[in-house]
Write a protein that binds this ligand. Structure first.
Ligand code: GTP
Ligand code: ZN
Length: 192
C-alpha cells in the first residue's frame, strides 16, 4: 500500500485561499539527485513558499513517474536516451501520458476542511482535475525552476506537449523560483 503524506504548516483548518502544493513522487531527483527533471526543486520551492506565507500544505502523492511507477519510468528514460521525448516514450511502452489521480489530495483537503486553495503548479490539467473532484482552486501560483542542461528538453516537452504554463527560453518570470544556488549557477551559465 502506498502511503500519501500531508505536510501541514501553520493553521489551515477550515481555511480559504490556502497555499497548497500537490506534489507527485520523483525518487530519481528527490532521493538520488537526478537533474533530468524539476521535481526536487519544485518541492523545495513549494516548501519555502508555504513557510514564507505562514500557513499551507504540501500534499505528497506516491505517484512515481506520473503514475506509471518507477520501473516504467526507468524504461521510459532508456527510450528517451535514444531520442524519444517524455510523452512518446510513455506511448511506446503502451502507457498513458499521465496516469495520476488526485482523489487522495481531495480527501486530505476535505479532512482539513479547506474551503479553497491557491494551487502551486504550472499544470492546468491538475487545476482542472481537482476542480472535477470538488476542490475549489481559487488561484494558481506558478512554480518555475530554471532549466539546466539536463532538464531543458523535459521542460520544453511539458510546455509544448502537455500545456504546462512555463516561460519560453530567456523570458523573465515573477513566479516562485527555485533558490538552489548550484542550479541557478548552472542555468545562468546556460543562458544567453
Ligand atoms: N513517465 C515519466 N514521468 C516522469 C518523467 N520525469 C519525471 N516524471 C514524473 O513526473 C511527475 C511530476 O510531473 P510533472 O509533469 O513534472 O509536473 P506536474 O506535477 O504535472 O505539474 P506541476 O504541478 O507544475 O509540477 C513525477 O511523478 C515524476 O516522477 C519522465 O521522463 N517520464
Ligand atoms: Zn522528477
Amino acid at each position: 500500500m502506498k502511503e500519501h503524506v500531508a505536510l501541514v504548516y501553520g493553521d489551515i483548518q477550515g481555511g480559504a485561499s490556502v497555499p497548497v502544493r500537490i506534489h507527485s513522487e520523483c525518487m530519481t531527483s528527490e532521493v538520488f539527485g537526478s537533474l533530468k527533471c524539476d521535481c526536487k526543486e519544485q518541492l523545495d520551492a513549494a516548501l519555502a513558499e508555504v513557510a514564507r506565507r505562514g500557513a499551507g500544505a504540501v500534499l505528497y502523492l506516491r505517484q512515481e513517474g506520473r503514475g506509471i511507477g518507477l520501473a516504467n519510468k526507468i524504461r521510459a528514460y532508456d527510450l528517451q536516451s535514444q531520442g524519444a521525448d517524455t510523452v512518446d516514450a510513455n506511448r511506446m511502452l503502451g502507457l498513458p501520458d499521465d496516469a495520476r489521480e488526485y482523489h487522495a489530495a481531495a480527501d486530505m483537503l476535505a479532512h482539513f476542511g479547506v474551503q479553497s486553495v491557491l494551487l502551486m503548479t504550472n499544470n492546468p490539467a491538475k487545476v482542472e482535475g481537482l476542480g472535477a473532484l470538488g476542490v475549489t482552486v481559487i488561484g494558481r501560483l506558478p512554480v518555475i525552476v530554471p532549466p539546466n542542461p539536463f532538464s531543458r528538453g523535459y521542460l520544453e516537452t511539458k510546455r509544448t506537449r502537455m500545456a504546462h504554463e512555463l516561460p519560453t527560453r530567456g523570458a523573465a518570470s515573477a513566479a516562485i523560483t527555485a533558490t538552489d544556488p548550484v542550479l541557478q549557477a548552472i542555468s545562468q551559465g546556460e543562458a544567453e
